[in-house]
Design a protein around this ligand. Structure first.
Ligand code: 13P
Ligand code: SF4
Length: 349
């Protein structure tokens, strides 16, 4: 067991020893004591772009979750070694779309709808799912470009199969003026398509997945916070349920939430529906505003929180020894198709 000071010193010392051979990337949801060491902070799209642009370092240590590190590896190829300090830092949403289940769904849906479908996956998905999407002419999206990606996809084919977050898919469809009746939900457990809003001819087929953190921000929380703090503004991530997003004053990606709060005048009151580490950081950075969580009872992203200082110190020291641990390597036959899906997104956005 190391003291807090010893952990900080181990990390700082390993970084010094690596002498510019390592870049640490930190997602905005990362815990405070870890993100302090990040050379770059960002949302998942920004961090993908930064990883793709890094040419002269040997190692990328990704303080985020598994799919983000895979994306960095896909974009950097053999140029860099990507490290995820704890391989148990997965994403419960990404785990809801198993590549084999996606293959089976595709067979079933293309039997029904023929060649009218284009697959689109949220970047919160495994490399194997991204590769499936790339092989079938589709592309990835993030929460900051989902609307542009949907518009593009629908200019190619009349229907989208969207993986794995039903909420982001539904919220994006509605934002583009697609009625709820033109959305359907595919349940991979039941291998069944349902039409919870009526209708028969879906434009957007939503995979029945969700984020276990964001799904817990409910419309009742919006009403309760408005009752307690009249005039408060509610801003939420589009991974929250449709009814919550509809009631909120604003919704958008992590980066959108940060920019909106940064630009607000002093005295503004916010209830924020996203991961707690980010909400608490925003509150600290903007003491002239009142910033609270939309629901303090929602747990943080537990997998993101697995990246802690002991894991970060261990992985940096493994690099100093020249025996990297925690390496993320996506095999090239998967990576090339996944890269195609990501590159198509980067072109569109
Ligand atoms: P961003 O794309 O906004 O970074 O979100 C990633 C994520 O995992 C949200 O839960
Ligand atoms: Fe996945 Fe949700 Fe955590 Fe984001 S907040 S990494 S979607 S589990």
């Amino acid at each position: 067991r190391y003291s807090s000071e010893e952990l900080d010193e181990r990390i700082a010392e390993a970084k010094r020893a690596l002498n510019n051979q390592v870049v640490i990337l930190g997602h905005h949801y990362q815990r405070e004591d870890v993100i302090r060491f990040a050379d770059y902070r960002g949302d998942s799209l920004q961090l993908s772009r930064i990883a793709a642009g890094l040419t002269d370092v040997q190692y990328i240590v990704f303080c985020g979750v598994h799919f983000m590190a895979e994306t960095a590896d896909i974009l950097t190829g053999d140029r860099q070694t990507v490290i995820l300090p704890d391989h148990n830092a997965g994403c419960s949403m990404a785990d809801m779309a198993d590549a084999q289940d996606v293959e089976e769904a595709w067979e079933l849906l293309t039997d029904q709808y023929g060649d009218t479908l284009l697959p689109v996956t949220y970047v919160n998905s495994s490399a194997a799912v991204k590769a499936f999407v790339g092989r079938h002419g589709g592309l990835t999206c993030t929460s900051s470009n989902a609307d542009r990606v949907f518009e593009y996809a629908l200019s190619i084919k009349p229907r989208i199969l969207f993986l794995p977050d039903q909420h982001l898919g539904r919220n994006t469809a509605v934002k583009l003026g697609i009625p709820l009746e033109a959305t359907a939900v595919y349940d991979p457990g039941e291998m069944e398509l349902s039409f919870p809003h009526g209708g028969q001819d879906p434009k957007v087929i939503l995979w029945k997945g969700h984020c276990s953190v964001h799904q817990r921000f409910e419309p009742g929380h919006v009403r309760a916070v408005r009752e307690k703090y009249p005039g408060i503004k509610v801003i939420v991530h589009p991974e929250c349920p449709y009814e919550t997003v509809q009631l909120a004053d604003a919704s958008g990606s992590t980066d959108f939430i940060i920019r909106t709060i940064r630009q607000a005048p002093p005295g503004t009151q916010w209830a924020v529906g996203t991961e707690h580490n980010l909400v608490h950081r925003l509150a600290k950075e903007h003491p002239d505003q009142m910033i609270i969580s939309l629901n303090e009872m929602v747990c943080p992203c537990l997998t993101m929180n697995r990246i802690d200082r002991p894991h970060l110190a261990d992985s940096l020291e493994s690099l100093v020894r020249g025996q990297p641990t925690g390496v993320i390597h996506v095999p090239e036959d998967t990576a090339r198709w996944a890269r195609l899906a990501i590159d198509r997104m980067l072109d569109v956005s």
